[in-house]
Design a protein around this ligand. Structure first.
Ligand SMILES: [Zn+2]
Length: 354
């Protein structure tokens, strides 16, 4: 593991998606939906076990909250300077602006995330979760801002938030004015149930906060389990989805590639990656155009890169280090890593069966 950090300044790395969970046994104010404690609802029970397993806190009865925070701290050992953004998690609210406890999977109060971060200032920052339909939403945002919050977190499908609704506008205006990013789950929500309003996870609904000038970050269930994390394939899919929704000229291959490279760097406010230029990190890949996958697609190699989305590259240089040459990974014993990954994934599935 330590070799993976060679050449990386850990102090510049923040994990921007760490859900703070627990059971409330420390007086944290965390509340868990009774369905998640009951064997009568095995899917919910399994989710609770999954979260607690992830925090290695399932075997610490009476001190689960504390064990989870300890586990987060232990994960950062050996990564001096790296920080975690701890996420609060607000309740589900109904259209009437009242808390909907039946459809609230769990509730992690802002104050708990704030106080946990304050107790460990070198390693944690905190992120509030404020439902925009709550009558006191703006007051809570003001309070969070005073308390040094770094961002606001939503799970629209679980919490019953329509990001395209005009009733979120004053919320967005606050975020824009105070330069607070909105981190939102998108896509089908399987990690946390609740309202199960999956259409609210449609990323196109986030056009409204974007138009209001809010910086929006997306989190999804998935890259660990149901896609390959293939950047060109994701770029191709983004392009095709835009064309399905908005017509054949909605997004060019060049624009899709821009989003995947320069756009990603801009979201991260990184000025050292995303482009090939003097002074930038030497991160680049090379793909041979005489591959079968590119046969007949020579007229515009850049477009072909997105349209053909080759499954692998022939050359990859990361921060100046050659990692793939002649299509072969030089830095890792790949068969051993694949076997270990499959063994761990299999073990995880075995543990959540009830
Ligand atoms: Zn999340």
């Amino acid at each position: 593991m330590r070799a993976a950090w060679d050449g990386i300044d850990a102090a510049k790395v923040w994990d921007a998606h760490a859900h703070l969970v627990g059971t409330g046994d420390s007086g944290s104010g965390i509340a868990v939906n009774p369905a998640m404690e009951s064997l009568l609802d095995p899917a919910q029970y399994a989710r609770r076990l999954f979260f607690l397993n992830a925090g290695c806190a399932h075997d610490a009865p009476g001190s689960v909250d504390r064990a989870y925070v300890e586990r987060m701290r232990n994960l950062l050992d050996g990564m001096p300077g790296t920080k975690l953004l701890l996420f609060a998690f607000d309740r589900t609210y109904g259209e009437d602006g009242k808390p909907d406890l039946e459809h609230t999977a769990f509730h992690v109060p802002d104050a708990y995330a704030r106080d946990t971060a304050r107790a460990h200032p070198g390693i944690f920052e905190w992120v509030a979760s404020v439902h925009p339909y709550a009558p006191d939403a703006l007051e809570r945002l003001e309070q969070a801002k005073r308390d040094g919050v770094r961002a606001v977190k939503w799970l629209p499908a679980a919490m019953g938030i329509d990001p395209a609704s005009p009733r979120c506008d004053s919320f967005y205006a606050f975020l824009e004015k105070n330069d607070l990013p909105l981190i939102s789950h998108a896509g089908e929500e399987r990690a946390v149930l609740g309202r199960d309003a999956h259409d609210y996870g449609n990323p196109l609904r986030l056009r409204r906060p974007l138009d209001a000038g809010v910086r929006v970050g997306l989190g999804v269930d998935g890259s660990a389990s149901n896609d390959s994390g293939h950047m060109l394939a994701e770029g191709r899919q983004a392009m095709l989805l835009q064309r399905v929704a908005l017509g054949a000229s909605a997004l060019t291959a060049e624009e899709a590639l821009w989003i995947a490279t320069r756009g990603g760097a801009a979201v991260l406010r990184r000025e050292d990656i995303g482009a090939l230029a003097p002074g930038m990190a030497a991160d680049f890949v090379g793909v041979r155009l005489d591959r079968l996958a590119f046969a007949g697609a020579q007229s515009d190699p850049l477009a072909a890169l997105v349209f053909c989305a080759p499954a692998s590259v022939d050359l990859s240089v990361i921060n100046g280090q050659v990692v793939i040459e002649g299509g072969r990974l030089l830095t890792v014993d790949l068969p051993a890593v694949i076997a270990r990954h499959n063994a761990i994934a299999g073990g995880l599935l075995g543990r959540v069966e009830v």
